[in-house]
Design a binder for this molecule. Structure first.
Ligand code: AMP
Ligand code: MG
Length: 487
């Protein structure tokens, strides 16, 4: 079924048109009994979509792909991906569809995308479906990331389908409507490169430049500038994750965007106790995607992007490889600078300290936090209290309070700004035990805990005494926490 677009929104099919070799026109599976579980009204407004329409019968059909807005060409996108280091040359959207692009209130092009909308030609053995729990999980974690100012895909809605989904047990099914500045991934470039069609690779690169880095078009070598731009946004993104203790869990190249937005909230988790080796995904047996490995993995993935783009850099392959290597060398510098400036901000410091002052200060503090197995989020939030002269709480979190006192004397001498700390150290994150509690309740039909948690984490920096429970560390008997990919 097709219909006129709601209100004034026009859907474009730009990806489908410009990159037809990577887009299979497809229809969502029919949804027997759609029921809207959650709608992101501020995001709907940004997109020019009328919330009342989306809540109505047609809107809910649109949000499951069962009503295709005029102008839209739903497609399954093709991409490749290194999964845990192994190349899968043909992954693609096995259970997702790009509905099309809309122009938002600020004139930016945004993808509207469905996840859990049924099998596509890329589905392989999968059922093409998604369950309510994991889709609500992506909703809440992505919106929490956005509220913390961390680049991410957004979540517009979750609609329960009325169709059961078989996982370890039968679960209620759902479709998530995801919004992104695009769904171009490192794996999209690997796919285009593997076709051997250099014209396709160039069109994909031009499309990425136009959408994300228009300045690169003016550079001497636009394709090298594209690579450098992706390196810069990813160095910054992964530093942001590290600063809030976020473990993505499945940093395969198909789950790394060109835009620098976090994508694909599967087995992700926020660390409770600070532990560089933290890994939560049940399938990550070797800890490839452990907390401390994330910057190295990002660099590895970006190297795969560089390899894919090499034919566009220079006619002489040797020259092209030199350009790729020089560009990649910037990652470590940029990551370190972002991490160091970010940590200084967490400590309430201006961010321009000499490295020989900042580095030992940061390293010693993190050793103390690690030795005490202190909750990462609670620790940094409480540290602002110490900057205000009340250090009892933060001392109580550590195994060696005397060592903290010695550290704090050096830190205080630098004049930390407690209010600035409260603007960068979140009080409320989607804590694992709270997320599990909210999703269990939602799966059983009660959305109240989810809505309360959503309210907490979408204003992460504003202390609200009545939400104290949401700011507290996990109970001692919670864990070890494991997340599952069977999403
Ligand atoms: P992900 O781990 O979510 O990034 O997914 C990796 C690949 O598996 C992508 O190609 C997905 O489209 C595909 N996939 C994941 N779950 C399913 C499913 N239930 N049915 C079909 N394809 C799936
Ligand atoms: Mg994925």
């Amino acid at each position: 079924m097709t219909a006129a677009a709601p209100s004034t929104v026009t859907f474009d099919g730009r990806f489908a048109r410009e990159l037809a070799e990577m887009a299979i026109p497809w229809q969502a599976e029919r949804v027997p009994d759609p029921r809207l579980l959650v709608l992101n009204e501020p995001l709907a407004a940004e997109l020019g979509l009328d919330a009342a329409y989306l809540r109505g019968a047609d809107g809910v059909l649109l949000l499951t792909g069962n009503l295709v807005p005029g102008g839209a060409t739903p497609v399954a996108q093709a991409y490749a991906g290194h999964q845990f280091g192994w190349l899968a040359p043909r992954l693609g959207d096995g259970r997702a569809l790009l509905l099309g692009e809309v122009t938002d209130a600020e004139g930016r092009l945004r993808d509207v995308h469905l996840k859990g909308s049924g099998r596509t030609p890329f589905a392989r053995g999968g059922d093409g479906l998604a369950a309510v729990g994991p889709m609500l999980r992506e909703f809440i974690v992505s919106e929490a990331m956005h509220a913390m100012g961390i680049p991410t895909t957004r979540s517009l809605a979750v609609v329960a389908t009325g169709r059961p989904v078989l996982r370890e047990r039968m679960l209620p099914g759902a479709v998530l409507t995801r919004v992104a500045s695009s769904h171009l991934r490192v794996g999209s470039f690997q796919y285009a490169r593997a076709t051997g069609d250099i014209d396709l690779l160039r069109r994909l690169a031009d499309h990425a430049i136009a959408r994300h880095f228009p300045g690169a078009a003016e550079a001497g070598n636009p394709y090298v500038a594209l690579l450098q731009s992706v390196i810069a946004v990813q160095a910054s993104l992964v530093a942001r994750w590290m600063l809030v203790g976020f473990v993505h869990g499945v940093m395969n190249t198909d789950n790394m965007t060109i835009s620098g937005e976090t994508i694909d909230y599967g087995p992700c988790a926020f660390m409770d106790a600070f532990d560089p080796a933290a890994v939560y995904s049940s399938i990550d047996e070797t800890g490839r995607y452990a907390y401390r490995n994330q910057p190295v993995v990002a660099e590895w993935n970006l190297t795969r992007l560089a390899e894919s783009l090499v034919p566009l850099f220079h006619d002489e392959q040797e020259q092209a490889v030199v350009l790729a290597q020089e560009s990649l060398a910037a990652f470590r510098r940029q990551y370190s600078a972002a991490w160091s400036a970010g940590l200084q901000a967490k400590l309430g410091l201006p961010g321009d300290l000499d490295d020989d002052v900042a580095s030992p200060l940061v390293d010693e503090l993190l050793s103390l936090v690690q030795a005490g197995r202190a909750d990462h989020t609670v620790f940094f939030r409480s540290l602002a209290e110490a900057a205000r002269g009340r250090s009892a709480r933060v001392r109580s979190l550590l195994a060696d309070p005397a060592a903290f006192d010695a550290w704090a004397a050096r830190w205080s001498a630098l004049g930390p700004d407690a209010d600035a700390m409260d603007r960068v150290n979140p009080a409320y994150i989607p804590r694992n035990h709270l997320v599990e509690e909210a999703l269990d309740a939602a799966t059983a039909g009660d959305l109240d805990p989810f809505m309360r948690l959503l309210e907490a984490v979408t204003s992460p920096y504003d202390d609200r005494p009545e939400l104290e429970r949401y700011a507290a560390a996990a109970p001692k008997d919670f864990g070890p926490y494991r997340t599952f990919c069977g999403t």
